[in-house]
Design a protein around this ligand. Structure first.
Ligand code: ADP
Length: 427
């Protein structure tokens, strides 16, 4: 099957075209036909495509909105100009998989999109006002372009964390606020945490029940997940992606009283204070230089800037603290898995996070750590009792695979961490 994976944002539409089916999934032999991004809606858009052979194409189109841009992209993909033999007509796309940020408590797994499912995604707009409306726009645009008969599948960032028990998802505030305003921990990056935990299972040849991991997704956004018996039992992001680890521009955990204090002392509204915590904090706020870890590491090497050093130290200490907390919460783990741009590529950050975890049984193998950049591998010594691995994430691949599983049925049910709370058409 050729699956078009869409990640619709406010000013961009990211896409990947992946050829996969049950056999390809089982053999890990899915083929990425191309990937890219459509930027800037309103006026002219620029479409950038990275082809299978590594070449890049870039072209502009005078289209106004997401639907027209998608239509234009599909015309190009199906034309001789793209050189993608698998796509000769719209009908050569057999399913569309959408990244949907928030599934609230409604969706415990990926869903074939029906009107009822679409309504459920709308119900969750209140929980993700910046994201779900764009995801819905993407779904409606694809429905227009491909027609209502083409199966579309929603894959939620929150679904994997549905298995988190009450004692880990409730905040200690008056209980009635939970049912009244749906205030609880939902967690995010679920597709990434699930992908690396499934890949770990494949690489190690262990069953789901034997999968006990702490996964660290360290990218621009950062989160940790505690995975016991293959299920997420806790995660660092909360009601929103602001909680938890230090991120590129987000503060992560802080004393909630600080919000009111900043608002009062800096004469900011609550909304402006929240924006400060989301967009001007984290690595950027601490360093005063950049949210980009590569830039900070180069600066540290070149000038040993004090604030840059502090930003990196706070970042790594927070990650280490979460590892300790999750080890206690889940009663020990077999491994820590690093993923995301920083986790996959920065041996230095991984070494800083792992340093001092020898008490927990983790001994980092320096050479393996240095050699594992952007690739899969074990970075702990063989005699460690708590191992460390690097597994590059691939959320789009998991979305494509879920689309196949939802459309064809579920013999291997790899994504089915099922819950009775799920509503709508489950396949
Ligand atoms: P996103 O969360 O937006 O998908 P990524 O997962 O691509 O982002 O992660 C982006 C982060 O990864 C940036 O902070 C970037 O500096 C960092 N990064 C990428 N490559 C390296 C590297 N070689 N060393 C250190 N950090 C890196």
């Amino acid at each position: 099957m050729n699956v078009l994976v869409l990640n619709a944002g406010s000013s961009s539409l990211k896409f990947q075209l992946i050829a996969t089916d049950r056999e390809a999934i089982a053999a890990n032999k899915d083929v990425r036909l191309c990937r890219g991004q459509i930027n800037r809606f309103g006026g002219e858009v620029v479409i950038e495509v990275l082809m299978r052979d590594g070449s890049r194409r870039k072209f502009a189109a005078s289209t106004r909105d997401m639907q027209a841009s998608l239509e234009h992209l599909m015309q190009w993909l199906a034309s001789d100009a793209s050189g993608i033999d698998e796509i000769r007509a719209l009908s050569d796309v057999h399913a569309v998989g959408h990244r949907v940020v928030h599934g609230g408590e409604l969706f415990a797994e990926s869903m074939l999109i029906t009107d009822e499912v679409l309504k459920g995604i709308e119900d969750c707009i209140e929980l993700a006002p910046l994201h779900n409306p764009n995801n819905i726009k993407g779904i409606l645009a694809a429905r227009q372009v491909f027609g209502p008969k083409l199966p579309q599948v929603a894959v939620f960032d929150t679904s994997f964390h549905h298995s988190i028990p009450e004692h880990a998802y409730l905040y200690a505030i008056p209980y009635h606020l939970y049912p009244r305003h749906r205030i609880r921990r939902y967690g995010f990056h679920g597709t990434s945490h699930r992908y690396v935990s499934e890949r770990y299972r494949m690489l190690r040849g262990v069953s789901k029940e034997q999968t006990n991991l702490i996964t660290l997704h360290l990218g621009n956004g950062c989160s940790a997940a505690a995975i016991r018996g293959g299920l997420s039992v806790d995660t660092s992001m909360g009601m929103t992606p602001l909680e938890g680890l230090v991120m590129g521009t987000r503060s992560g955990d802080l004393d909630p009283a600080i919000v009111g204090l900043i608002a009062t002392k800096e004469s900011l509204s609550i909304t402006e204070t929240e924006a400060l915590l989301n967009t001007q904090s984290g690595l950027l706020g601490l360093s005063g230089l950049s949210n980009d870890m590569r830039v900070l590491q180069e600066e540290l090497k070149g000038h040993d800037d004090r604030r840059v050093r502090l930003a990196i130290e706070v970042f790594c200490y927070r990650a280490k603290k979460y590892i300790g907390a999750f080890l206690a919460g889940m009663g020990g783990s077999d491994a820590i898995v690093f993923t995301g741009g920083i986790g996959e590529n920065s041996a230095d950050i991984r070494a800083r996070i792992c340093a001092g975890l020898e008490w927990a049984g983790l001994k980092l193998d320096e050479k393996r750590n240095q050699q594992t950049v952007g690739s899969e591998g074990q970075i702990s010594t063989d005699d460690s009792s708590l191992h460390a691995f690097v597994i590059p994430t691939d959320e789009e691949l998991l979305i494509a695979r879920d689309a196949v599983r939802c459309v064809l049925g579920q013999p291997d049910a790899a994504h089915s961490e099922s819950s009775s709370k799920t509503r709508g058409a489950r396949m």
